[in-house]
Design a protein around this ligand. Structure first.
Ligand code: DC
Length: 210
């Protein structure tokens, strides 16, 4: 039997990271937050004083990522969000990062969360979840997360930034944010973290049983 790969895709702040991490821990699988690859790439471009939308600078940054790039403390927050979404729209950046993701999940299975795991990275994944929540609820969650980490931008600023990022992620030409045809949709709008996890586990078990 092929390795168990669970693809967890969806827009920003839909709860997919929390869910994917919990699923991985529960099932004893490695977990990869693929957004970190794009965040670290964007950060490296910013560090060098470059423009994250510049294909040459961004592709070079993606090609030369090292493990240290993933443990830096400034990978979250509005500047990193924006830079990540810009480098992620560049086809050569995505091509650079593809192999690592495939190798991570291919050998022994894994839970990966991102935007294109079920459509591009692992189109044959045994389980595909597409996690969503209303735009209002996602903005509220991201705002609470930022406030919890000491930053407190206005809710409408967070909401506007998130909509712009979602639009860029969904409208780009390469690997846009769309559910795979065979993904199961999980709307977490009215669910707390435990309820969302229980529902996700039910979907995973039912997909594995097929
Ligand atoms: O999941 P996240 O918010 O950390 O992702 C940061 C950005 O990276 C997001 O705007 C879209 C991009 N991304 C992507 O294009 N493909 C992925 N598999 C993961 C993230």
């Amino acid at each position: 039997m092929t390795a168990l790969v669970i693809a967890v895709d969806g827009p920003a702040a839909a709860g997919k990271g929390t869910l994917a991490r919990r699923l991985a821990a529960h099932l004893g699988l490695p977990y990869l937050d693929t957004g970190l690859l794009y965040r670290a790439t964007g950060r490296r471009v910013l560090d060098a004083g470059g423009d994250p939308a510049d294909p040459v600078a961004a592709t070079d940054a993606a090609r030369t990522l090292t493990p240290q790039d993933f443990v830096r403390p400034d990978l979250r927050g509005p500047a990193a969000d924006d830079a990540a979404s810009k480098v992620a729209a560049i086809p050569a950046v995505r091509a650079e990062l593809l192999d690592f993701q495939r190798r991570f999940g291919g050998a022994h299975g894994a839970v990966l969360d991102g935007r294109d795991i079920g459509t591009v990275v692992f189109p044959d994944a045994r389980v595909k979840l597409f996690v969503t929540a209303s735009a209002e609820e996602r903005a509220r969650r991201r705002h609470a997360e930022l406030a919890g980490s000491g930053r407190a931008p206005k809710l409408d600023e967070v909401s506007a930034e998130m909509r712009a990022r979602d639009a860029r992620d969904a409208q780009r030409d390469v690997a846009p944010l769309v559910p795979a045809d065979d993904a199961v949709l999980l709307d977490t709008t009215g669910l707390d973290a435990d309820e969302a996890f229980a529902e996700a586990l039910r979907i995973v078990e039912s997909a594995r049983g097929k």
